[in-house]
Design a protein around this ligand. Structure first.
Ligand code: 6GU
Length: 228
């Protein structure tokens, strides 16, 4: 799978997408991730990429021309299954969205910045808009990194233990049960006996119970949603 990301501050994307699991996925050739610096497509000597909004108001707006040049160039080279714009004024990312995107071949992600992008970019190029939650970030870069991370880890072979991506919180509308590792007794804080018992059917049952309890306490809303 190939993911292209367009950003006005590509440095912000470098570190989160060059670590541990994502880094290994790239090295194994399971995910190809390319970051494009919008500034390289900027207008004039100053490589301008943003301007003040028509009609007035605070903040700067990313211009359509640099984005258009960048997107058209990429679209000429391959067919994109989705062109995604990261913006807080969109539907919130959920696990089923990441699951669906992980099955695609080519995805293009535009990270918004400043006040946002010219509406005509959205009208002309964008096939999907995604927010990562009901709060505002300074730019869409971290949101793009989060979306990319959530997609790439689902690609078969990326996570060593094939079952682990499927047993995550949210894959079955349940939060994960508590987990423990050595020592079994930390200053009197003991690991539940059942986990030391070797009785795996009982352990599974305990984990299901705890997952349900935790979900009821922390995210009862998940129990009302249809299973995905
Ligand atoms: Cl995608 N971008 C920004 N700037 N803020 C956000 C967001 C995206 N999702 C939640 N907050």
């Amino acid at each position: 799978m190939r993911i292209d990301i367009i950003s006005a501050t590509p440095e912000v994307l470098e570190s989160p997408l060059n670590h541990s699991i994502i880094k290994r996925a790239k090295e194994k050739g399971l995910a190809k991730i390319f970051i494009h610096d919008l500034r390289e497509y900027g207008m004039g000597n100053y490589r301008q990429i943003d301007d003040t909004p028509f009609g007035g108001g605070a903040g700067m707006v990313l211009m359509i021309e640099p984005i258009s040049k960048c997107i058209e160039g990429l679209k000429n080279q391959r067919l994109y299954d989705e062109i995604i714009y990261m913006t807080p004024d969109a539907k919130t990312l959920t696990q089923p969205i990441s699951n669906a995107l992980s099955l695609k071949k080519n995805i293009l992600i535009l990270a918004g910045h400043y006040k946002g992008v010219d509406q005509r970019v959205r009208d002309k190029y964008i096939t999907k808009e995604i927010s990562i939650g009901d709060y505002v970030l300074t730019g869409g870069e971290l949101a793009a990194a989060i979306l990319t991370d959530s997609i790439v880890r689902l690609i078969p072979g990326v996570i060593g233990d094939e079952t682990s991506a499927l047993t995550d919180s949210f894959q079955d509308n349940l939060l994960s049960p508590p987990i423990y590792t050595r020592p079994s007794d930390f200053k009197g804080m003991k690991v539940p006996n059942i986990l030391l018992s070797g009785n795996f059917p009982k352990i599974d049952e305990w984990r299901s119970e705890k997952a349900f309890e935790r979900t009821q306490q922390i995210r009862p809303d998940l129990l009302d949603e249809p299973s995905k």
